[in-house]
Ligand binder design. Structure first.
Ligand code: DGL
Length: 287
């Protein structure tokens, strides 16, 4: 059973959730955090729903076993399916897509663009949630990027990799920004805020919406309302677990500017042979 001093869990298919950790560390510096990145199986966004649910349940169970007092589903792709995982938890979960939709609801915009993984795009959960919250007539355009999360995961700090990221961003975003002229763009995959500076450079003046900000604020309100804030006076720590490469995760945490990383540990990945895990061809319906 969790208590005030229990850690907060943050999970993602990879390092994308670091963008959420960064916001939480700056808003709630006294909270202890546990991060899980499924580096062995990234990218999730090109998989089928059943495979994503199985992999996500493995991470939810990991967090439940560690007694987290709240879970941030810092992966939009998993957020589209989190209702199929929350039965494992005895604490509340905060999902990225709901946070992104809530953030849009407060804006005075007419045409919203959402960039995301192929799964999130095909699932159409963003347009549904945004439109459900909007009293006005709003156009929501969505675009699925098959390769961008993987490129970001492995390219931070590498100039050649970053120029591939730029090329990919242009391929995916030019139509939406230059031709369809969206008023703002939701970064509907937690990897994308890690290259927000590149997007700003390519599309100056385009407002970017990072759901992480809203997630951190929703978490803060919950902790205050339920008297669950950590009373410790010293800054909280961050422990990172990954099924991927420990050295790469440690480097990425440093590059993103995460603070007080106590340790980075390997955790064995889920065995995928047991389930049908063939990646769906990009662009095909995931369900
Ligand atoms: N960072 C994840 C998201 O927010 C997914 C990236 C991936 O594994 O495809 O959707």
């Amino acid at each position: 059973m969790s208590n005030q001093c229990s850690p907060i869990g943050v999970l993602d298919s990879g390092i994308g959730g670091f963008s959420v950790v960064k916001r939480v560390q700056s808003l709630l510096p006294w909270e202890d955090l546990i991060y899980f990145g499924d580096g062995a199986h990234i990218p999730y966004g090109n998989h089928r729903a059943e495979t994503i649910v199985a992999m996500a349940r493995y991470m939810f169970q990991f967090m439940e076993d560690r007694g987290v007092k709240a879970l941030l589903v810092a992966c939009n792709t998993i957020s589209c399916l989190s209702d199929r995982c929350v039965d494992l938890l005895s604490c509340p979960a905060f999902d990225a897509v709901q946070a992104g939709a809530n953030a849009v609801a407060r804006l005075e915009v007419n045409k919203v663009g959402v960039i995301s993984t192929v799964f999130t795009h095909n699932a159409q959960v963003y347009p549904q949630k945004i439109l459900a919250l909007s009293p006005r007539k709003l156009v929501v355009l969505s675009c699925g990027c098959p390769d961008l999360a993987r490129l970001v995961e492995h390219s931070l700090g590498d100039p050649a990799g970053m120029s591939q990221v730029d090329q990919d961003l242009r391929r995916e975003l030019d139509q939406m920004v230059r031709a369809d002229r969206v008023d703002c763009c939701v970064l509907g995959c937690t990897h994308y805020p890690l290259v927000a500076d590149r997007i700003h450079r390519l599309y100056p003046g385009l407002p970017l919406i990072d759901p992480a900000e809203e997630m951190a604020r929703a978490l803060e309100s919950y902790l205050e309302r339920e008297h669950r804030s950590n009373p410790q006076k010293t800054p909280g720590t961050l422990t990172i677990y990954t099924t991927g490469d420990v050295a790469e995760y440690a480097l990425r945490a440093q590059q993103v500017g995460l603070k007080r990383v106590e340790r980075v540990e390997f955790y064995p990945p889920m065995e995928l042979d047991a389930i049908s895990c063939a990646a769906a061809p990009c662009g095909s319906p995931p369900l």
